[in-house]
Design a binder for this molecule. Structure first.
Ligand code: ADP
Ligand code: MG
Length: 248
């Protein structure tokens, strides 16, 4: 068993009267792909937001590589090498793909005005290499707003890779993508893990996708951790099946 790169211990988070996460404890093994599933509204995105410092937690501890990070902000945590992508894509539609890639490394630049003028040839080469990696090289000069939704998700993934994360949290990476592109994305995620050594924590609704990706899975329901185990165990866990059936 590998070391844990993320350790979440007894984390709770409420919004007003709504308990979005209650006493969640889980670990993410270094170098592996871990799945996070659960019905809509079960608290998955909230947990991601807590881990990356998007909002303060009410109680508990979150450690990254052994360091407490629950009191750090998004930028500080990103600098440590822990990044997330969003359920809704966040690209600049009026910029071409290469520009989107170049501005996705904001923490390197001191001033906003430097971002467009002061990138290095090295960054440009890296941007093009990663666009090639996700299959978007031929589209690199197109406005990202003109890409299909699935291609935008691939772009967003490439933008995250620009930052050379140690750990990447992906929030429903395949949502809204057609089956052909989904297979391509699964392949890219596996390669990002195997070839670049990036640890992945993936929220995913599509069971086929997560079964193909994850070595270990956690399932949330009603803001609480319901089950954890190998994908086959989770898939056959009656509590998990009931949670999904009860949600529809
Ligand atoms: P999931 O990602 O599993 O669909 P979320 O973490 O988005 O679930 O939401 C869990 C619960 O927390 C839901 O009841 C949702 O309405 C609530 N919630 C999430 N974010 C906020 C917020 N910023 N303000 C108020 N309620 C929120
Ligand atoms: Mg969500």
């Amino acid at each position: 068993m590998n070391n844990s790169v993320i350790e979440v211990t007894d984390v709770s988070k409420s919004f007003g009267g709504v308990v979005a996460n209650r006493n969640i404890s889980l670990t993410v093994p270094d170098g592996e792909i871990t799945g996070l599933i659960g019905p809509n509204g079960s608290g998955k995105t909230t947990l991601f937001n807590s881990i990356v410092g998007y909002h303060p937690i009410d109680q508990g501890s979150i450690k990254f590589e052994g360091q407490e990070i629950s009191d750090l902000n998004v930028q500080q945590i990103a600098r440590l090498g822990l990044l997330r992508t969003f359920q809704q894509t966040r690209i600049y539609g009026k910029m071409d793909c290469v520009k989107n890639m170049l501005i996705s490394v904001p923490h390197r630049k001191a001033k906003w005005s430097d971002m467009f003028t002061d990138y290095s040839a090295e960054d440009l080469e890296k941007a093009e290499h990663l666009l090639d990696f996700v299959g978007l090289y031929s589209k690199r000069k197109l406005l990202s707003g003109d890409l299909s939704f699935g291609q935008q998700k691939l772009l967003e993934f490439a933008m995250a890779l620009m930052n050379e994360p140690k750990v990447l949290l992906l929030d429903e990476p395949t949502a809204g993508i057609n089956p052909t592109l989904i297979n391509g994305l699964i392949d890219r995620l596996l390669r990002a893990n195997a070839d670049f050594g990036i640890t992945l924590l993936v929220i995913e609704h599509n069971m086929r996708v997560i079964m193909n990706l994850a070595r270990h899975m956690y399932c949330l329901a009603h803001g609480e951790l319901l089950a954890s185990g190998a994908p086959e165990e989770i898939q056959n866990d009656q509590r998990v099946i009931d949670a999904y059936l009860g949600a529809h």
